[in-house]
Design a protein around this ligand. Structure first.
Ligand code: TXA
Ligand code: MG
Length: 321
């Protein structure tokens, strides 16, 4: 099955066709700047149900609804605080998801029964073009979790989506190829239902950026909301992920370029800085599996900002599957 049959390039024609496919209840994997998403019409319960089936994800985990612009915020959310508007204005399109009180448009099947909805305007030309084409034919939003099997590494290329989900997709479904994701880790999730914003999942939009935008003190919170990305075993390859020790012969190794590779160790990535680390991390973990390695060692980058998001994902990946 996994022969590339679902993958298509992006032309104006194909985007209009794919938007119609979404409207008709099909699934479309789409590129975003963070990771690839598995998209469905966010107002179509049976299409959204297929996302859960293809991912193997529990039905009570909420999905992020992707919208074309902040103009549509009010369609999906009620009681939007002014600080959320500042965030949307400053960081959309971009790697940030806002959790807001849901409107009646956001039904249980997309929010996992939560009284809130996660919303994001992705910063990727193809994703935005698809959202525009979808709006043109009356679409209101695309529900899309990361396009991986539940608990597994998020895909940052169309080929990785094909490998993850190819055998679970159906004839009419599509994977849009928009090149490798530029950021490489999932969006920052910000709870905007309280007096001040709370970061539920760290990402490329950092605490400092959120504080500067809103003028409010931001907290980082372990939540009782079902954020599946906050489960401990997540983002994991089949290989065992070990953190911050010296790798031995036969192990894979991911570290900043300045760190040498010990003898007989298989170097999987040598990013030059933290941004590049985020960009290549998931494909390097996939590469470990493709090479049949049992074990990978990752030397985590220090510091806050994006490094914090990298360490958050690696900590979970290291808990195994
Ligand atoms: O960068 C991203 O956010 C990517 C791209 C495709 O947009 N999407 C993504 O989706 O990472 P997913 O489903 O793999 O992770 C989204 C996380 C989940 O852990 C989910 O529980 C949480 O967002 N989430 C969604 N709606 C929520 C809500 N209303 N309240 C709290 N958490 C929510
Ligand atoms: Mg995910």
């Amino acid at each position: 099955m996994s022969s590339g049959e679902f993958v298509s390039q992006c032309t104006a024609d194909s985007l209009a066709r794919v938007a119609q496919l979404l409207k008709d209840g099909g699934l479309v994997a789409l590129p975003t700047e963070t990771v690839y998403g598995l998209g469905a019409d966010a107002t179509n319960s049976s299409a959204v149900a297929r996302i859960y089936k293809v991912k193997g994800r529990p039905a009570d985990h909420p999905l992020i609804v992707h919208i074309y612009s902040m103009q549509s915020l009010g369609d999906w959310a009620d009681e939007i605080p002014s600080y959320a508007i500042s965030l949307a204005r400053d960081f959309w399109p971009g790697p940030m998801t806002l959790v807001l009180k849901r409107s009646i448009l956001a039904e249980d099947f997309v929010t996992g029964g939560q009284p809130t909805v996660g919303l994001r305007v992705p910063g990727h030309a193809v994703a935005l073009a698809l959202l525009a084409a979808f709006e043109n034919i009356g679409g209101q939003g695309i529900a899309a979790p990361s396009a991986n099997r539940f608990g597994h590494v998020s895909p940052t290329t169309a080929q990785a989506v094909q490998e993850e989900l190819g055998e679970y997709l159906e004839g009419k479904d599509q994977i849009l190829d928009g090149g490798p994701s530029n950021v490489g880790v999932e969006s920052t999730i910000i709870d905007c239902t309280t007096e001040a914003p709370r970061i539920l999942r760290p990402g490329a939009i950092t605490i400092q950026m959120v504080e500067e935008s809103t003028g409010l003190k931001v907290s980082t919170i372990e939540t009782d909301i079902r954020v599946s990305g906050s489960l401990e075993n997540h983002y994991a390859p089949s290989a065992i992920v070990n953190l911050n020790r010296i790798p031995i012969a036969g192990e894979g190794f991911i570290a900043l370029a300045e760190i040498q590779t010990p003898e007989k160790v298989i170097r999987l990535a040598s990013p030059k800085n933290v941004d590049e680390f985020a960009r290549v991390m998931y494909s390097a973990l996939r590469d470990a599996d493709a090479k049949g390695l049992n074990s990978v060692v990752v030397a985590e980058p220090a510091g806050d900002g994006l490094a914090l998001a990298i360490r958050d994902r690696l900590m979970r990946a290291s808990k195994g599957r």
